[in-house]
Design a binder for this molecule. Structure first.
Ligand code: 13P
Length: 251
């Protein structure tokens, strides 16, 4: 990496993992990270909410931190099935993903709700990983940059800073498909996102992750790009050796 922003490698386990395999994965990752001298990046894993209290202790003492996959806008209350940012913090989380395209699609979440969730996360002391990204139809129509600019304008809360906010660019068509944009397209989008950051955010310090079919085989190419500051990894984060190799690619 050619800049001072410390890379962040985030694993989104999505709705995968029971106690046995989740704990095994967390322990193996903690052991690898603990044995490495001078880790080249920050690490976070985001297991399903049911595993936070099991995975957290397994990571304790290692450089790998814990994150949630979503949070509610309220700190507590009558919201059956939801988890608040304060609860995630209480469970040991340092990060939470908000606005993932699967939540935007499956739960109809829009930019204003995503911004409110990010604000709730920041109020609870968490770093919000705010996801944006265009669909394939939007890219084919030449609207990818406009769509992402609109998402950035709408999904980052007013008080956000580069310390409590990370942006993840995840083109919807690249998630779980094995397809990725070209390195030139990724770099162009990340530079665009940096240029769209609201004035209150120090854009030069803002970490912008790429997500969508990141694997050990393409990680070095993607992570070497000037405005790519890490990765948000889905499928490959479920395989410890692959997730580890993606982090090593930041060296
Ligand atoms: P994949 O790495 O499986 O494509 O998923 C990316 C993602 O959605 C991470 O949030």
């Amino acid at each position: 990496m050619e800049h001072a922003r410390r890379p962040l490698i985030a694993g989104n386990w999505k709705m995968n993992g029971l106690r046995a395999d989740g704990l095994e994965r967390a322990r193996a990752l903690a052991a690898l990270a603990g044995a490495a001298d001078a880790p080249p990046c920050d690490w976070v894993v985001c297991p399903p909410a049911s595993l936070l209290l099991a995975v957290g202790p397994a990571l304790a003492g290692s450089p790998v931190t814990l994150g949630g996959q979503d949070c509610h806008t309220a700190a507590s209350g009558a919201h059956t099935g939801d988890v608040s940012a304060a609860m995630l913090a209480d469970a040991g989380c340092r990060y939470v993903i908000v606005g993932h395209s699967e939540r935007r699609a499956d739960h109809g979440e829009g930019d204003a709700l995503v911004a409110a969730k990010a604000a709730a996360a920041q109020a609870a002391g968490l770093v919000a990983i705010v996801c944006v990204g265009e669909t394939e139809a939007e890219r084919d129509a030449g609207r990818a940059h406009a769509v992402v600019a609109r998402q950035i304008a709408g999904s980052l809360p007013a008080g956000a800073s580069a310390l409590d906010t990370v942006v993840a660019y995840e083109p919807v068509w690249a998630i779980g498909t094995g397809r990725t944009p070209t390195p030139d397209d990724v770099q162009a989008m990340h530079a665009h996102i940096r240029s769209c950051a609201p004035p209150a955010i120090d854009a030069s310090a803002l970490r912008i992750l790429y997500g969508g079919s990141v694997k050990p085989g393409n990680a070095a190419t993607l992570l070497r790009l000037a405005d790519v500051d890490g990765a948000l990894v889905g499928g490959a984060s479920l395989v410890v050796e692959d997730f580890w190799a993606i982090g090593e690619a930041t060296r």
